[in-house]
Design a protein around this ligand. Sequence first.
Ligand code: ADP
Length: 634
Amino acid sequence: MSKKQFKAESKRLLDMMINSIYTHQEIFLRELISNASDAIDKLAYLALTDQNVGLNREDFAIDLRVDKKLGLLTVSDNGIGMSKEEMEQNLGTIAKSGSLQFKQELDKDQSDVDIIGQFGVGFYSAFMVADTVTVLSKKYGQEEAWMWQSSGAEGYTVTPCEKTTVGTEVILKLKADTEGEKYSRFLEQHQLQSLVKKYSDYIRYPIRMELEKSRRKEVPESEQSEDKAPEWETYTELSTLNSMVPVWLKAKKDVTEEEYDGFYKDKFFDYEKPLAHIPISVEGAVTYKALLYIPAKAPYDFYTKDFKKGLQLYSSGVMIMEHCEDLIPDYFRFVRGVVDTADLSLNISREMLQHNRQLSIISGNLEKKIKQELLNMQKEHREDYEKFFTAFGRQLKYGVVSDYGMHKEALQDLLLFWSAKNQKLVTLKEYVEAMPEEKKHIYFASGESNARLAQLPQYQRLQEKGFDVLFMTEDVDEFVPRTLVNYLEKDFRNLTTDDLDLSTEDEKKAAEAAAADWKDDLEFLKTALEGKIVRAEVSADLGSHPVCLVPEGGMSFEMEKYFKRMNPDMALPLEKVLRINPEHPVVQKLKGMITSDPEKAKQYAQVLYAQGLILADLPIEDAQAYTDLICGLL
Ligand code: ADP
């Protein structure tokens, strides 16, 4: 019988496991037990609707067995089992995202072996402690049973075998003890007991083992006497090692921070501890318990279609659904957690759940709790909140602009933006509270980077006046003020497109006069820059800059770029307006030149136009012509 090869990436992970010098080898047991528990979950779920399963909730168990003579440790379950194909698929490949993510992290930093202990590295971790791994399995509903066997990286075999009961048995032939490593410790009862307590206590099925115990020997009454020392005998008894109470069902006061964090890492395959946990216990119209987490970091696939949002849904101890999407609104899709309610009818189909009234009550409650928790964090633990926002702020902003702004009220106070004045992230509320009462506008600018935005002429003008500006550098950003329109009765003003409302009445009058004075020159510029601008106008908002370019029609250049990225064919270039600063010496010089040397004035106009492009972070359309022009002038 020929050996089959592992898939390439699996082989790499496997190699790592085999050669692991990792000190937390013990987590292999947690991984095998967790797989057994998942397999039981699946059959328990089937049993709700399928009489033929013939097992009740109480019949499910995970059994540990040791054979000290042969050095074998066996983890068996009466879960769903695996078919031949599933064995090949599941045990020959790394399927799960947790493992893949783990692999990616490793690629980043090969040396950090410690993360092995934090991850769901799964089945392969068995090879950290075992020479040979044998898996016997019989899938529910199938006649034949199969044996998968591997002694490491050179491959595996799958052959038919005898197994009467449905479920899976994983048999580890432990490595021989060495000077530094005592693998045989995993055959010791107290060691296994304490590992189960440590890592798998909350598993909701009994993890059982024949424990050696001792008791006082029963002595017939006739033989009893005062001066005879009591005799002891040993016996074995099938005992349950775990308390089986999942963390989310325990009272808050009975759970330590470490337990909450540990549960999260195990269950959701994160190696970083969460920023917050939210234990929830509700009795009323719907009775349920929930345990939610705010992760510290976005999973690598978070902003892709691959990411699966949703909470785990349990009903009376049976997992109904791994990712129940309806429990969580899209903008909070980063939240991980578990919901457990007895109020759902157990044989409800997964499709029916979607329109379930109880579920929608729960999800409404959860949404409020999550928001409250985030606001608390924003107030009490600002650093954590900024970390959170760096990871998931984009999702919240998408939430604001999605569904025609339906959720903007709910989300606006959770947003943070970069305050140019304070050089830190601020909430909209903080921005408004810091502005002079009579001011009516929230100023913002969007562009590639804070450094670029700080160079905007309009920004410099506002800076001179002492006003703050929110800098927006993510693609979704500019749509946020557009959707919000205003906040606490202050409207949003885009630095590059909107009237900044900075001038006093006198200044306005002066500007009008200037405009009249410049009328012919503006026409000249328009003609000189034919095809490039639609108009030239005088502006008092340019600070120390001679010119700037603004888009005509309310849309910003940043949006134009965004749409162009989305759909290059559809994007129409925005028409541009050249604004000039009549106070600027260069501009004044240009004015004189328009009458004295119009040919040269045309060239100056080209140069100033190019400056406008640069400041607006737009490409120079014809770089060759531009450099020729400059060289000519020099
Ligand atoms: P993960 O459990 O994280 O998906 P593993 O490498 O631990 O990754 O396991 C791979 C797959 O093998 C599981 O997803 C499951 O489909 C299958 N599997 C592992 N152990 C068992 C078991 N005891 N019973 C049934 N299927 C199992």
